[in-house]
Every structure is written in structure tokens, then in C-alpha cells.
Design a binder for this molecule. Structure first.
Ligand SMILES: [Zn+2]
Length: 306
């Protein structure tokens, strides 16, 4: 069968149209994920978060904290690879659904000499004898890296720190203006979201007294294996409290002196690669290390440390 000149031209035009439609659909899809990720970053409170404190390198968390305070609403999702975008997008979507009545429970925690730290646990149940904190983690599984039998150190630490904040909570705070409520170990003077003092109502937090703490990471395989696996563990809250407080004091001291806490290098630097070079220069005693940070650390004025 031979095509006429007209048919050939039509076929060529259709091919071009399909190419255009393909590009359009793909671009819209990626943009949808970027916008979604950026909007969820914007709803995060500015300040120190538990996630800044879970890696062995405290310097990473310190730089992340300063960077966040210095960069007004900067969002990074557009710079991500498509693979990271899809993985993180799925992770965020899983987090929208609740496992327990205590879903996305916000908490504030403050000790003397350290900055205020925020944390939002995924899910929690409290029975007469125990408290279980759940955290969902998506994981890119491969043939050599199946879902783990034990929680990753930083996942475990994150849940342990939530347990400290939960146990320390004395007040349940709600803001009528923001329609948000959270637990706190101190009586706040104003809403930490909108800064309005008048919209706050403060009540007593439920007591965790006499209960054992457990954690469970729900791993969700989004690579080779599409399976989920719960990995539970018991929490020593007193030990976790000492660890969290030590880190907060160290960050408080760093904020006061301007001397960053010590660094430990590892795979986690890939998640904050923008601080890596400055950190190496600092360790090498180079005076110009600040020039290599994505923000100006000397401009930092911190009102959270007292
Ligand atoms: Zn508010």
C-alpha cells in the first residue's frame, strides 16, 4: 500500500501532534509534583525540626536550621531529579492518610539554653499501659537492599525524640485563627504559626504517666518490592531525652558563639550537599568557609534561644 502525498503529510503532522501532546502531558505531570512538594514545604513552620537532629552530624542540622531561617520560603523541589520527586511525592501522599485517631500530631519542646524544636509525629495510640508512635517511611528497595528487619538509626532516633516531646508535653494549645492545635512542654505566649496571642486557648495535655513507650517504623517499598513491613521497637525515653537535650544544648551554644557544632561525614551529606564544601573548609581551618554556604550565617539573629 502506498500513501499519497497528502496522506504522507497528514501522517507526519499527526506524529508531530503526538510529540507535542507527549511533551505537554509529561511537563504538566512533573510540574504537578513540584507544586505539590513546594506547597507542603511552605506549610512547615520555620525553625528547628526533629528531622534536623536525627543524623549523627549535628552540624548538618545546625546549617539546615540557619539556612531555613535565612531563606524566606525558598523551595527546592524544582531542582530534584524525577526519581526523587516521584519517591518523595508518594511518601507525602501516604502521609496524608491516618492510621490512628492521633494523626499528624504537632509538638513543641523547649529547654533552657537550647532552641525551640518542632516535631510532628505521623500516628500514635495510647492505651492504659503503653504508647505506640508510628512513622511511615518509603524506601527504594533493590535486590541487595530489601525492606529492613531493624529500623534505620535515624528513623529510630526520630521516633525516640517524638516520644520525649510527647512525654514532656504539659499543655495542649489551639489557635482559633489557624485552626491548629499542638502539644507543648511550656505555656506559649503567642501562636507559633500566626504569632497572635489572643487566638490561643491552652488546656492540659493528657498524661503519659505509667506507660511504656514503643515505636514502629512502617516501611513502604517503592523500588523493586512493593510491600510494607512494620518494624517495632521499645523506647528508653530517659536515654532519648538525654540525647535530645544534649543536641539542643550544643546547637544553642553554636548559635550563641557562631561556632558550628562538630561534623561527622557520611551518606547523609547527600541530603544536604550544599553545606558540604563549607564544612570541609571549616574543618581545615580555612577562614573563608562562610563564603561557600548558601546563606550568610553572620546575619543570623535568633530569638528562640534564651
Ligand atoms: Zn495561630
Amino acid at each position: 500500500m502506498t500513501l499519497t502525498e497528502d496522506q504522507k503529510a497528514q501522517k507526519e503532522a499527526d506524529k508531530q501532534t503526538l510529540q507535542d501532546i507527549k511533551k505537554y502531558g509529561e511537563a504538566r505531570f512533573i510540574t504537578m509534583m513540584v507544586n505539590y512538594m513546594d506547597s507542603s514545604v511552605k506549610t512547615r513552620r520555620k525553625g528547628l525540626h526533629v528531622s534536623n537532629l536525627v543524623y549523627p552530624s549535628l552540624r548538618k542540622g545546625y546549617f539546615e536550621y540557619l539556612d531555613q531561617l535565612n531563606n524566606n520560603g525558598r523551595t527546592n523541589s524544582a531542582g530534584m531529579t524525577e526519581e526523587s520527586l516521584i519517591t518523595l511525592f508518594m511518601g507525602q501522599k501516604f502521609h496524608e492518610e491516618s492510621l490512628t485517631p492521633n494523626h499528624e500530631l504537632g509538638m513543641e519542646y523547649k529547654i533552657i539554653g537550647g532552641p525551640l524544636v518542632y516535631g510532628t509525629l505521623d500516628d500514635m495510640i495510647m492505651t492504659r499501659s503503653r504508647i505506640v508512635i508510628f512513622d511511615k517511611k518509603t524506601m527504594k528497595t533493590t535486590r541487595t537492599h530489601p525492606l529492613p528487619d531493624y529500623p534505620n538509626e535515624h528513623h529510630r532516633t526520630q521516633i525516640e525524640y517524638y516520644s520525649v516531646m510527647l512525654k514532656a508535653a504539659k499543655f495542649i494549645v489551639s489557635c482559633k485563627d489557624c485552626n491548629k492545635s499542638w502539644l507543648s512542654n511550656f505555656k506559649p505566649e503567642a501562636c507559633s504559626w500566626c504569632n497572635k496571642p489572643e487566638a490561643l486557648s491552652i488546656g492540659e495535655a493528657p498524661s503519659c504517666e505509667g506507660r511504656d513507650f514503643f515505636g514502629e517504623v512502617i516501611y513502604i517499598g517503592v523500588g523493586l518490592t512493593r510491600k510494607s513491613k512494620g518494624v517495632p521497637f521499645k523506647i528508653d525515653v530517659n536515654k532519648a531525652e538525654m540525647s535530645l537535650n544534649e543536641k539542643l544544648i550544643a546547637i544553642g551554644k553554636a548559635l550563641e558563639t557562631g561556632i558550628p557544632p562538630s561534623a561527622e561525614y557520611g551518606w547523609w551529606d547527600d541530603y544536604a550537599s550544599e553545606f558540604y564544601i563549607a564544612s570541609r573548609l571549616l574543618d581545615a581551618g580555612e577562614a573563608n568557609w562562610r563564603d561557600y554556604l548558601p546563606f550568610d550565617p553572620t546575619k543570623q539573629v535568633d530569638s528562640n534561644v534564651r
